[in-house]
Design a protein around this ligand. Structure first.
Ligand SMILES: [Zn+2]
Length: 238
């Protein structure tokens, strides 16, 4: 039976803060732990969206590419989508209204949840992290200037997670959502949207499986400072 109760996370957002952008898990390995999720490629090369067991990369030039099985990532989260769960219809609303509404409707507070929302959107606004080369800069430097893209009248899927603020650092506290259009031509880390009509599944995930890149010597030796950590993550990820 498929495990639909586990959030499998490779790496942490905290390790990205000092610039640990080496790819430390292959897409193939990641996809053995789930069919739905988000991440970034080695070198912070764009935004990864995983839908229906397929991984896509939103690249800095605005293109969307299929991710090869041997491509690697420093950070990614996946879960197995539970298609038995009800899909809740939603009214037309903006992204801030959506996250507030969903948090209340699905009772998202103290547990992790995988979010999948399909809909028709008036407007979707995303950004894409730019690829870095070694020696890697800190996350806030790498993400100081990020290309942003907007698409109007688009059908697509929002994929991501809700995490309680308690786990900020390991991940982003609150919502971390990516988008991919139905035609797989437009994708990125969500900044804003206005949805006209759609339906959402919030899949509460009781288990967190955190997999750290212990084969990576830079990771094993790095000083990850707690001071200012969440400010840096929020600056880079919002
Ligand atoms: Zn993101």
């Amino acid at each position: 039976m498929k495990d639909t109760e586990t959030l499998y996370q490779h790496g942490t957002l905290a390790l990205l803060v000092p610039g640990l952008f080496d790819g430390t898990i292959t897409a193939k390995e990641l996809l053995s732990h789930g069919d739905t999720g988000i991440g970034t490629l080695a070198g912070l090369d764009g935004e990864v969206v995983i839908v229906d067991g397929q991984a896509f990369q939103a690249a800095t030039d605005g293109s969307v590419n299929a991710v090869n099985g041997d491509a690697t990532m420093p950070f990614a989260s996946v879960h197995t989508f539970d298609n038995q769960l009800p899909k809740t219809p939603l009214a037309a609303m903006t992204m801030p209204a959506f996250t507030t509404w969903l948090q209340t409707t699905a009772g998202l507070k103290n547990a992790f949840a995988g979010i999948v929302m399909t809909g028709t959107f008036n407007r979707v606004h995303v950004r894409v992290a730019p690829k870095q080369t070694k020696p890697y800069p800190p996350l806030t430097t790498a993400t100081a200037a990020q290309p942003e893209f907007t698409r109007e009248d688009v059908q697509g899927t929002v994929v991501g997670y809700f995490a309680p603020a308690l786990y900020a650092g390991a991940t982003v506290g609150g919502f971390h959502l990516h988008f991919i259009s139905g035609d797989h031509q437009f994708a990125g880390h969500l900044l804003d949207f206005t949805v006209m009509t759609g339906e959402v599944t919030a899949q509460v995930l009781p288990n967190l499986m955190l997999h750290l890149p212990t084969d990576n010597s830079d990771f094993m030796k790095a000083d990850i400072k707690l001071s200012g950590l969440n400010d840096a993550i929020n600056e880079a990820e919002k």
